[in-house]
Design a protein around this ligand. Sequence first.
Ligand SMILES: C[S@@+](CC[C@H](N)C(=O)[O-])C[C@H]1O[C@@H](n2cnc3c(N)ncnc32)[C@H](O)[C@@H]1O
Length: 271
Amino acid sequence: MSWSSPSSSPGDPHYTLPNEWGFADERLALLGAAYDSGSIALAQRLGVKAGSRCLEAGAGGGSFARWLCSVALPGGRVLAVDADPRHLADLPGLGGEVAQLDLVTGDIPERAFDFVHTRFVLLHIADRDIVVERLVRALVPGGVLVLEEGDGLGVLDEMPGAFGEVWRAFAHSTEIAGASQSWARSLPAQLDALGLVDVHAEAEIPMFRGGSPMARMWSLTWVQTHDTLVSLGIPPEVIAAAQAELEDQQQWLYAPPIVRAWAHRAGTTDL
Ligand SMILES: C[S@@+](CC[C@H](N)C(=O)[O-])C[C@H]1O[C@@H](n2cnc3c(N)ncnc32)[C@H](O)[C@@H]1O
């Protein structure tokens, strides 16, 4: 499909799903409900435990940072950073630290963490490659970097129905704002090139039922980006049809893949 001109200027880098939106806390909680189990399973496999020093970069609603607090503290450290940390206010009460910080320019502690994690953050940042290098520098020798980022991997093109049509327009709108929906596939090669060791990667295509947390998360995403989608030429009826698909418990849908890439900084740690 060819796209209409959006109302924002092309190339203008701004995050398309700002945390100040009225339902952002609910949307971020649903994101956590949909993806935390995968993130937690990987972190457990990689040995996050009591005493681990952890950096959650782009912590959003904070559900994964809360889990890190429950495991690593006391004795360890959990620093949750976000450009807009408004949904992280409870973390200090759990023993965690919160910092408002732009990952591109902010002061990220170096050689400080056993475990550094992002999820659905870097793809949105135009200077994402710089951030990967900065996150590598945040690791202690032997520490592990885990990057979980979305990548269409061709799945988007095949996605059927109104949900697929809206998803493709949404992906396009994020790319206009500086995101990349085809970058995460380069992560394992990038981690190799940065000299990390034990580099691994996998991609998963989540399948979900209408009415599930994942479905509600996407439905809220279309609410948040409704005007942008319309400005790109998606009729409101198509957005409504996509939301009806997402509410229909008889429907099974699939989301674009999540790429997980992880690797260690050379050296040793007792993580
Ligand atoms: C889609 S949310 C993901 C939140 C969380 N990682 C999760 O998966 O539940 C992306 C988060 O990245 C943050 N973010 C975007 N650009 C950022 C930047 N340049 N520096 C720091 N945080 C950023 C946003 O504020 C938002 O909280």
